[in-house]
Design a protein. Structure first.
Lengths: 234, 163, 522, 147
């Protein structure tokens, strides 16, 4: 019972392999610039696989929002902070590894009961989803069923989600300020303060470490790589 | 073995989720944590979309001809050969009455697509706020490594108490 | 219930949607207000007060209608439930809606002086807008009957909460890192919740909670996907309500957020997540099924027990006032989980009752803690010396609420702890009674320590002259004393709150099969 | 010599096309893949490209921050306003059939969906711009080679 014709199946297996490789690369790497770029690659591969899974709207959004905007934001943030991630000692990683493996085992345990890939008679594909196609054809007279469901049948979800986007914009304006000058104001009690200052004065901390540029921090990489460093003078 | 072959997509999704979650837990750098979080969320989107795929199905975009004939005069459907080169065996090529036409065209399930459109944008909104926090933390603490920040906080507590 | 006759008919038909849409639209309007002029902040405050007042009125009228005529249904967008998104107000979520709105009104009263001292003048209008979004998100989360809509409004309230907690950085820089930790753990919790809903959808094919319950009832009971869905939803919501091993984000978020928002968050955020756990584990799934019953019984009750012990122990050794209250919040949430873990009608009503009572206690305590910082910049417990003399009224309110936190007879804390003990006794869980008594003794220690500092030590000296009396402003004392008085009133005459809890517990123990199938009538 | 001359010339031609494609995606959303979110991001990316090539100050002159703040709220107001309009006309929240009750071709739904998608376009465009402005205008003074 082949889900796709052979060429598409090979393409999908290619997508999956690349996704795994990219995810593992992000896990192993320390240079933040590479990690951010790989995250963009990961989103784009997902968008490609979405297209072959007939989710064209989602592929469009994942490519535009997931690969495009996230990468721009992460580069912007990375530019303002550090270029490298310090590794954690391995003994501190065993706990998380154990938790993650437990989660994986739980999901593989239930793999048997999941509907087969592409099964037209599974509860998902005979449930409300399939009836949307029918009702859009008879009631809505709109070609793109996803837009009809997104804006009308489940329009309230999209309203909540527009509020989430508005809140993200407002939140970043609150935290960083549109002209980049938020965060300088200090709260003072409206009366005599009896408490000792609870943390070291802010200025001292900020001046403690200048922005760690790539060149200054780069430890000699084990293998002599000739490729130009990310922006740093090698 | 058959079950694994029928569920290979879920197996991939589960492994990607495990990797994404492990990146979040095992990295001290705040930006790498956010990257791990977005990998974890993107693999959840894959879980939803692979659920909705139907064998030999098409993207859930109806052909306007299908419902035109309901409303307007019953002219024969135009010889609209399918533009998309989707050579699924069942797709009809020649001019077919719309009633027969709708019966055999299979569409994938649109509902997971709608849910994931929402989830993608929620993921990016959380990412934007997280990055704003990272920038502000870098200014206040001078570093974005969680273990260094804990040391600074621990020192801060002691000084505060001693003062 | 003659009060019901006053509410216009329009409320009963469009009440549920109005309750969530009004704060969202007001939030957007507040965000546009001119942030430069001083009036911008005051205007925003007035808008928030008016909105939460109207929401309280709508919530109370809906509660009265639910108690009189049964559940209110509302089909969003005019589409019948399995197609569109449905709202359902029944005996389980009506009291929570009233609780959230009431706490919002009281905290908004408290906000006028508190936000002026803690938030940049330019940012106050946007700050109030973010609060309204968080308030609407909580209401939307509690009122909806569509599984995915719960996730959307969970994110609406969470994302505004991350921003508001980080706004506390003007007072203490640790607000940023605790907000980041809360963001990472909150997003993981929300994503686990989405995975759980995905598996539920995979099993049932629909997203409406009532339909899901019906389809699961017919054939989905023993499928592994249902068990996996329940596990993910339990862990996702456990992260959101700070269940014992998943609580590490809470102390930082509560102690470094702006005091106005800590008071609101402490009284409502964990309650909404706890309500969701009740809704999913008793109305969508059913504890009579073997796996779900064992999981609820063993996991939730055991973690509740562990949480009580560990959190109370840690609360005793904290030197930051708000971290003491935050750890005590984790302990109190564990009490509720213990009540729910029993899965008996009495246990559920005791847990539900403790949810209502704890909101009153913790809201007031954090308002008092904010007032201490407002006047004297006090955050450490050692700085609380002599507060009984320098801020008598605020300290008196703090003491009344502290005592009801311990559960002294005659206060609201005693009522729910007594109900929990009775439920545990009938259920035969003697070790649970031992745990409740032990943690109450620990509560005596960590609350007593604060009261002892305030009353039995003389005020600190500022350069050889003792600090003079400087009472908190009236706008802070009014909500504090409303909380304190209601902690006493509902302690003595607990008939109303117990009847609400009993109605909710009876609906829950009825389980999914008692849901009258409805197709969008309202 | 301005190192970005080549970039500036090319992007001057590209930016209007990107914005146009964004609006195409928005209004083509009913017939093919597309809709408010993708369109909003594409229109925002055209302004971001302008900011990257011509500098953040030029972009702030082109799309001033006060617009961005108003635009964010305008989108949600349009969306919520459509819902409130359906209320006032008697239907449930976001029930678009009340816009044109007698139509056989669900014209009310089409109007509702169109106005809602415009609301989403507005919010997403200006929210993404607000986020980009916040990050870009917080730039520490990094020398060119240190990029």
């Amino acid at each position: 019972m082949m889900v796709h014709s052979l060429p598409i199946l090979l393409m999908e297996i290619g997508f999956m392999a690349m996704l795994l490789v990219v995810a593992l690369a992000v896990l192993r790497m320390r240079s933040l610039f590479a990690i951010v770029m790989l995250q963009g690659v990961y989103s784009l591969l997902c968008a490609a696989w979405f297209v072959s899974l007939d989710a064209v709207d989602v592929a469009f959004t994942e490519a535009a929002v997931g690969a495009g905007v996230s990468t721009v934001l992460m580069l912007g943030a990375m530019l303002l902070t550090d270029r490298d991630a310090n590794p954690l000692p391995t003994k501190r990683k065993l706990g998380p590894l154990f938790v993650v493996i437990i989660m994986g085992i739980a999901m593989f345990y239930a793999l048997g009961d999941m509907p087969a890939f592409g099964d037209a008679h599974s509860a998902v594909n005979t449930g409300v989803g399939a009836q949307y196609v029918q009702s859009t054809r008879e009631e809505m007279f709109l070609p793109n069923v996803v837009t009809a469901v997104l804006a009308s049948y489940r329009g309230y979800d999209t309203f909540g989600e527009t509020v989430v986007i508005f809140m993200a914009g407002l939140g970043v304006v609150l935290l960083l300020g549109l002209n980049g000058n938020a965060g300088k104001w200090r709260a003072k009690p409206n009366g005599q303060s009896v408490a000792a200052p609870s943390q070291p004065p802010v200025k001292m901390a900020a001046a403690a470490k200048p922005v760690k540029t790539a060149a200054a921090k780069r430890k000699p990489v084990r293998r002599k790589s000739a490729k130009p460093k990310a922006g740093g003078t090698s | 073995m058959i079950t694994l072959f029928e569920h290979y997509n879920y197996a991939i999704v589960i492994i990607l989720m495990m990797i994404g979650l492990y990146v979040v837990f095992s990295s001290a750098n705040m930006i790498k944590k956010l990257v791990g979080l977005s990998i974890f969320q993107t693999s959840v989107f894959l879980l939803y979309i692979t659920m909705g795929k139907v064998t030999g199905g098409q993207p859930p975009i109806l052909d306007p001809a299908e419902y035109e004939s309901h409303g307007g005069g019953h002219e024969s459907a135009p010889a609209a050969a399918h533009g998309s080169g989707h050579e699924a065996a069942q797709a009809s090529h020649d001019a077919v009455q719309s009633a027969a036409h709708t019966a055999d065209v299979i569409y994938s399930n649109p509902l997971p697509h709608v849910l994931i459109l929402t989830a993608i944008v929620v993921g990016v909104a959380t990412l934007a706020i997280g990055l704003a926090l990272v920038v502000r933390t870098r200014e206040m603490y001078g570093t974005i490594e969680e273990n260094e920040i804990d040391e600074l906080d621990y020192l801060g507590n002691l000084e505060g108490h001693a003062g | 219930m003659d009060l019901l006759s006053y509410t216009p008919a329009w409320i009963s038909t469009h009440g549920p949607a109005l309750l969530v849409v009004l704060p969202l639209m007001m939030a957007v309007l507040t965000a546009i207000l001119p942030s430069r002029a001083a009036i911008g902040g005051k205007l925003a405050w007035l808008a928030v007060l008016a909105t939460s007042g109207i929401c309280l009125a709508v919530a109370v009228s809906m509660l009265l209608q639910v108690m009189a005529h049964g559940p209110i249904d509302y089909a969003m967008g005019g589409w019948a439930p399995p197609f569109g998104i449905a709202y359902r107000v029944d005996a389980l979520n009506a009291p929570i809606l009233v609780l959230i709105s009431a706490v919002a009104v009281l905290c908004t009263l408290y906000a006028l002086p508190s936000v002026d001292a803690e938030v940049e003048p330019k940012k106050r209008a946007a700050f109030y807008a973010a609060f309204l979004v968080s308030f609407a998100g909580l209401l939307g989360m509690v009122i909806t009957a569509d599984a995915f809509n719960v996730f959307v409004f969970l994110e609406v309230s969470s994302i505004s909460t991350y921003v508001l907690v980080a706004m506390g950085a003007s007072r203490d820089r640790r607000a940023l890192t605790s907000s980041f930790n809360y963001l990472v753990m909150g997003s993981i919790g929300a994503t686990f919740f989405v995975i759980g809903i995905g598996f539920l959808y995979m099993q049932t094919g629909t997203l409406n909670m009532m339909d899901m319950a019906r389809i699961l009832q017919d054939g989905g009971v023993d499928s592994k996907v249902t068990k996996l869905a329940f596990a993910f939803i339990l862990v996702g919501l456990g992260l959101k309500l700070a269940m014992f091993p998943l609580h590490t984000w809470l102390p930082g978020a509560y102690s470094y957020a702006p005091s106005f928002f800590t008071a609101f968050m402490a009284a409502t955020a964990t309650k909404a997540a706890l309500y969701l756990m009740l809704r999913f584990s008793f109305m969508v799934f059913d504890p009579s099924w073997a796996f779900i019953g064992k999981a609820v019984m063993i996991l939730v009750a055991a973690l509740g027990l562990l949480g009580m012990m560990a959190a109370s122990l840690q609360a005793m050794f904290q030197n930051d006032l708000r971290r003491v209250l935050a750890f005590s919040s984790i302990a109190q949430v564990s009490y509720m989980l213990l009540g729910i873990g029993m899965a008996t009608t009495l246990g559920l009503s005791a847990g539900y009752l403790h949810m209502l009572n704890h909101a009153i206690i913790k809201g007031g305590l954090f308002i008092a803690a904010g007032a201490f910082w407002y006047r004297f910049g006090i955050t450490q417990v050692c700085d609380m010396r002599g507060l009984g003399k320098t801020m008598p009224w605020t300290m008196a309110g703090f003491t009344v609420l502290g005592i009801s936190l311990i559960g002294v007879p005659g206060t609201v804390g005693f009522v729910s702890k007594l109900a929990l003990v009775q439920a545990a006794a009938l259920h035969g869980w003697w070790w649970a009674i031992g745990a409740i008594v032990l943690t109450s003794i620990m509560a005596i220690i960590y609350v007593g320590r604060l009261i002892e500092q305030a009353y039995f030590q003389d005020p600190p000296k500022k350069g050889a002259v003792t600090v003079s009396k400087n009472e908190a402003p009236l706008m802070m004392l009014i909500p504090l004393w409303i909380f304190a008085i209601s902690a006493i009133v509902f302690g003595i005459n607990a008939e109303w709150t117990t009847s609400l809890a009993a109605a909710a517990a009876e609906l829950l123990s009825g389980g999914p099969d008692t849901i009258v199938p409805h197709m969008g009538g309202h | 010599m301005n190192q970005h001359l080549l970039l500036q010339v090319v992007s001057k031609m590209m930016i209007p096309l990107i914005a146009l494609f964004g609006f195409y995606v928005q209004f083509h959303g009913d017939f093919g893949p597309g809709g408010g979110f993708q369109a909003g991001v594409i229109v925002a990316s055209s302004v971001i490209l302008y900011a990257l090539v011509f500098g953040i100050e030029a972009a702030k002159k082109a799309v001033p921050p006060s617009w961005v703040r108003i635009g964010m709220t305008l989108g949600v107001l349009i969306y919520g306003g459509t819902g409130v309009a359906t209320w006032l006309l008697g239907g449930e929240f976001l029930n678009y059939t009340v816009f044109a009750p007698q139509s056989t071709h669900a014209a009310g739904q089409h109007w509702g969906i169109l106005s809602v998608e415009i609301g989403v376009l507005c919010t997403v465009t200006f929210a993404m711009l607000a986020i980009f402005y916040a990050f870009a205008s917080r730039m520490p003074d990094l020398s060119g080679e240190d990029w």
